[in-house]
Design a protein around this ligand. Structure first.
Ligand SMILES: CC(C)(COP(=O)(O)OP(=O)(O)OC[C@H]1O[C@@H](n2cnc3c(N)ncnc32)[C@H](O)[C@@H]1OP(=O)(O)O)[C@@H](O)C(=O)NCCC(=O)NCCS
Length: 154
């Protein structure tokens, strides 16, 4: 997903992880697409259709609309990777999406993100499209995004 648009809506946040904590982990996890700010996380978390799932070492943010869920972002702390947290977060994301009556799930991933590509394929996602030139790295490199899709809750 591209960086979110900022909005000025206010709301109270009750999640275990603060927008600041989410932004800090995001900054340790992403250069391209650019990491999201605490304000951007706060704004997303205020949206009724957006949901957060967490484990001690990471989080995933999703959005469920009209039977379809989108994985907006996922990050695991660098020192806790390759220990199953990513897979657990994908399960939690999927369960929450199903609870919100989604039957399809999709996500976008940069074509060079081998860890994420492998994670998504491993939990049953399949390529369903390509968005050309979707991401731009900090050095200016243009990258395509793979779109992945999965039927859930069947
Ligand atoms: C992608 C990410 C969330 C994976 O989290 P993780 O906790 O390391 O994932 P898991 O330990 O659950 O690994 C599950 C599977 O993903 C794949 N995988 C994870 N890291 C990998 C790597 N570095 N290289 C290749 N495959 C990898 C493997 O298939 C792995 O299964 P295995 O360990 O049995 O071989 C994590 O690397 C991350 O936070 N990356 C930075 C942020 C990011 O790129 N998010 C995705 C944006 S689309």
């Amino acid at each position: 997903m591209p960086p979110p648009q900022r909005t000025r809506r206010r709301c109270s946040l009750t999640s275990l992880k603060t927008p600041q904590a989410l932004a800090a982990l995001h900054a340790r996890s992403f250069t391209s697409p650019r990491p999201w700010s605490a304000d951007e996380f706060a704004s997303l978390l205020c949206q009724k259709l957006v949901f957060l799932v967490t484990v001690p070492s990471g989080f995933a943010l999703g959005r469920a609309i009209a039977g379809e869920a989108e994985l907006l972002t996922i990050a695991v702390a660098p020192n806790a990777r390759r220990m199953g947290a990513g897979r657990t977060l994908m399960d939690l994301f999927e369960n929450e999406a199903i609870a919100r009556e989604s039957t399809e799930s999709f996500l976008e991933v940069a074509e060079d993100n081998l860890a994420a590509l492998s994670l998504y394929r491993g939990v049953g996602y399949r390529e369903s499209g390509l968005r050309r030139g979707y991401y731009r790295s900090q050095s200016g490199t243009i990258l395509d995004a793979q779109v992945f899709r999965k039927t859930i809750g069947a």
